[in-house]
Design a binder for this molecule. Structure first.
Ligand code: CA
Length: 228
């Protein structure tokens, strides 16, 4: 159950791995394009960086391999190619259970917001198609809004500001360790849903307040979670 001092008004949803089953394609695209540019980034490691901005991931790998930041041109080229590669893959399906959960959230009069480090327009533009009437563009936080990205709390703090909510009026739903860290760092109650290949401990160690194995399990337990 969420803490009693939370007066819930908004639910902040991460996008990749929470709304869409898009992480396998992201991991594949990162691995392939980074390799073409001479960088080592395995698909498995890509899951550990999930939630960072593209620039953040590229810089981190460049620092590790060459001890320097990537140039702005290099970042732009690699991220553009990675996005184009991602767009070649089949359209990712919404994660099972998420539509049902969003209907509950809406029926309870709560505001649903998307808070993502992604700048993947092909996916952001499909939010309305898959989840009609749920998310408004004005309340969205994407890679285009933030400077730091997750695990920095900035994206979630910006979401609170955009929506006019306090940290006691919103909760976070995340699937990645860095995303959980960002939610916790923003002093928000953060629910982890382990939709990927990482062990549960990766999410619990990041500070998750609750953990569910699937979005369907979260949806099925939603009313219990919110009961006071
Ligand atoms: Ca995610």
């Amino acid at each position: 159950m969420i803490p009693k001092d939370i007066n819930l008004k908004a639910v902040l949803f991460d996008m990749d791995g929470v709304l869409f089953n898009s992480m396998p394609y992201h991991a594949e695209a990162w691995h392939k394009i980074m390799k073409q540019h001479g960088y080592n980034l395995s698909k498995e490691e890509a899951y550990m960086h999930e939630g960072r901005t593209g620039a953040g991931t590229i810089n981190l790998i460049c620092q590790r391999q060459y001890g320097r930041d990537a140039s702005p041109e290099e970042i732009e080229t690699i991220y553009k190619e990675k996005s184009a590669e991602f767009a070649k893959y089949p359209e990712p399906d919404p994660i099972a259970g998420v539509w049902e959960l969003l209907q509950k959230v809406k029926a309870q009069g709560l505001t649903a917001m998307v808070v993502t480090g992604s700048g993947q327009l092909s996916l952001i533009n499909r939010l309305d198609h898959h989840f009609p009437g749920v998310f408004s563009r004005e309340l969205m936080v994407t890679a285009y809004d933030v400077k730091h990205g997750k695990p920095n709390p900035e994206p979630y703090l910006m979401a609170l500001e955009k929506g006019g909510f306090t940290n006691k009026e919103a909760i976070v739903i995340e699937n990645a360790p860095l995303g959980v860290e960002a939610g916790v760092a923003a002093n928000l109650y953060t629910i982890a849903v382990n939709t990927g290949p990482l062990p549960n401990n990766a999410l619990l160690d990041a500070g998750a307040n609750a953990l569910y194995p699937t979005m369907q399990a979260l949806c099925d337990n939603w009313d219990t979670l919110l009961s006071k």
